[in-house]
Design a protein around this ligand. Structure first.
Ligand SMILES: [Zn+2]
Length: 422
């Protein structure tokens, strides 16, 4: 949910800003040259042929699944927007809601959510459960997975349906300028979710407890002190009950700001490697990536809402989409389709900004730890346990990668090591 929204909101920025970020980030888009090392030599230095093949097989299927989910969603919203089906759902919603205008859109949204889950469930089941088991990554029973899936859908409904009702009352209030109040609501909700989801939503899916290894906690506190970043609790999450994958993240801001380590990370990595991963998270803080990300989201969501408001009015005037006024619930599939298209078209920009932030955090972690060896070791451990694609196609990186590919990150550490030695 949170990531959906942030993906949606993070959507647009300026192509120029991206290019500036890419250019001013150490390393740039291309890996620093390593004399005499071709890709294969480089990859073989850290990974076995079998690890490379497995990572490739796992990741490439995931690219296809991502494409399938996107195509299904576009197809569903496109079909509804262009056919009389949307009017049929509107009529059904009107009778269920007993003619109450504010409730009609809520019922419509719920029916649409059901259709979306029906259309995409096979992909979710295969990609999220069956395939994870086939690759030996999941430890969940089917019941546990299905319960997580249901909880996710319910939380989405609880948060999104009231927002949808608010959105349509704004459109009814002013069919041209509704995007301004909606934009303010979006920013407020985004901030609230960032603050509250670590406390309210995350515990619905995982159990958290303070990191038990005291030596590790001391080490990490020393690191956060050195970085000059005030951090709330350092927690571990019972990821091992669900997956063998490893990860760590920072979340929340204000008082709910915390570092969360997968328990699988603690058991598979050395303390030096865990330290490097936390140093990377601190790098995000030191470079104010949360605030920058929110500022970009605010600008991009304003642009998206403004554009969609205009397009929706044009669609109403054209009379081709089955609604004469943008506040008619029949417009909802088209509105969602436009949002989705906007997100897809701006994803490369969004991903480029994300990769630039990640490179900055990597460099900060190297400066903070002065331990490029542990950096490389932690990257290799992460890539092995998460079955990373060691050599992803350039176009896929451009379209989907929030982080630079693993060998680029390693190359950055090697370059740092060389500079350190001088
Ligand atoms: Zn990061």
């Amino acid at each position: 949910m949170v990531s959906q929204w942030s993906r949606l909101l993070f959507a647009l920025a300026f192509a120029g800003a991206t290019m500036i970020l890419e250019r001013h980030t150490p390393g740039g888009d291309a890996p620093p040259p390593v004399p005499g090392a071709s890709f294969t030599d480089k990859a073989r230095q850290y990974f076995t042929a079998e690890e490379l093949a497995r990572g490739r097989a796992y990741a490439r299927g995931r690219y296809l699944l991502y494409g399938a989910r996107t195509a299904l969603t576009l197809g569903l919203f496109g079909l509804l927007a262009l056919s009389p089906l949307s009017a049929t759902i509107r009529n059904a919603s009107v009778s269920v809601a007993g003619g109450r205008v504010w409730l009609t859109i809520g019922v419509f949204g719920l029916l649409l959510a059901l259709l979306y889950h029906l259309a995409t469930f096979p992909v979710s089941l295969y990609g999220g459960f069956l395939r994870e088991h086939a690759f030996g990554l999941s430890r969940q029973t089917f019941g546990a997975w299905a319960w997580d899936y249901t909880k996710g859908a319910l939380i989405n409904a609880v948060i999104l349906l009231p927002l949808l009702m608010l959105l349509y009352s704004c459109i009814r209030w002013d069919p041209v300028r509704w995007y301004l109040p909606v934009w303010v609501v979006v920013i407020v909700v985004m901030s609230l979710l960032a603050e509250l989801s670590p406390i309210l939503l995350d515990p619905l899916f995982h159990t958290f407890r303070p990191v038990q290894d005291h030596g590790l906690v001391q080490r990490l506190r020393a690191l956060t002190d050195r970085a000059g970043v005030a951090v709330g609790p350092i927690l571990e999450i019972d990821a091992s009950s669900k997956t063998t994958k490893t990860n760590a993240y920072f979340t929340g801001f204000g008082r709910s700001r915390r570092i969360v380590l997968y328990d699988t990370l603690i058991t598979t990595s050395t303390p030096e490697e865990v330290e490097l991963i936390v140093a990377h998270e601190l790098g995000h803080w030191r470079r104010h990536h949360i605030w920058k990300g929110m500022a970009i989201s605010a600008i991009s969501s304003l642009a998206a809402l403004w554009l969609i408001a205009r397009l929706l009015n044009a669609a109403a005037e054209s009379g081709r989409f089955g609604f004469a006024h943008p506040a008619d619930p029949v417009s909802l599939p088209l509105l969602l389709l436009l949002f989705l298209l906007f997100t897809i078209l701006t994803t490369p920009i969004q991903m480029a900004i994300s990769r630039a932030f990640e490179r900055e955090a990597d460099l900060e972690s190297l400066r903070l730890s002065e331990n490029p060896k542990a950096f490389i070791a932690s990257e290799v451990t992460l890539a092995r346990s998460n079955l990373s694609d060691i050599n992803p196609p350039r176009v896929i990186v451009w379209l989907l990668y929030t982080h630079p590919p693993i060998l680029e990150r390693i190359a950055m550490a090697e370059a740092f090591q060389i500079r350190q030695g001088q």
